[in-house]
Design a protein around this ligand. Sequence first.
Ligand code: PMP
Length: 345
Amino acid sequence: MNLQALVRPNIWHLTPYSCARQEYSSGHATVFLDANESPYNAPLNRYPDPLQRELKQAVERIKGIPEANTFLGNGSDEAIDLVLRVFCEPGVDNVTAISPTYGMYEVCAHINNVAYRPVTLGAGFSLEAERVLAATDAHTKVIFLCSPNNPTGNTLAREEVDKLLERFTGIVVMDEAYSDFSAQRPYRLDLTAHPNLIVLNTLSKAWASAAIRLGMAFAGEEIIELMNRVKYPYNISLPTQQEALAILGREAQVKEWVQSILAERTRLMAAFARLPICQEVFPTEANFFLTRVDGATRIYRYLIACGIVVRDRSRVELCGNALRITIGTPRENDALLDALKEYKA
Ligand code: PMP
């Protein structure tokens, strides 16, 4: 891979902002008069570590990816935006993605004035690598993939993903926000074999910490260095770094939560399949499932009136009359089932 040919020239030549805490890093100082901070209200008076070293070491213990291959962002949404800003020249370059998928790839592309080329998934929401490759041209810098995919829930076939990784000369982003709920081998373990791969993870799903906004991108060192150059200097707040360290220290608890969500997923999907309104429940490896029902939008509104919010995906490609249901606690799932049993078509 020729990285320089993929990166926007202004980013390749960028001299990044050098912040006070980055310039000083020997660790012996006790008097900090370098960053125009207040001396009061410790520890919130101090700027946080711009490269989040301690947190990245904790991430490495869980995910097995070295610090130099890890970018931490304000949610994975920040990483998605940075990939576009690093690689895509506005008004010139384009990106390709599967459809349907997570909506932020398209919104971020449009915010950056980068053309977005969605390629409709095949039967059973399957990835067809040849069709994705056919949608690319010399200005396609990035292909966005998501597995397990949102909103469909299925994983993408590894042979098809591998075809893209091997034959596409640009960057392949594999968003694995939901991989903790899946039995598939995560793509972050294949990073060394694929220099053009960027894998996204998040603490917002299985790690139960959407509020703190902590996303991860794993990639080759040079790509991570480019993302670090472009990000805001102190993009992860101290409270977020502290809460992230705390939840990463509770891995056993998180695994229990995941097991309980998976057990509830099996139960809720089986109960759904028996509801008279349900036409189809699609296979899933995420903490949600997609279901085709009779009159999705009417059911969605009925549930709102019952105080229950699900996601109406019926206007999304391939998702006519489909609702996306997140797995909740047993009580929440029962509330949903009880409401649907009372529903009159
Ligand atoms: N990727 C996917 C596939 C998602 O579904 C979501 C959130 N719904 C995100 C990324 C965003 O994650 P974060 O909270 O880390 O920004």
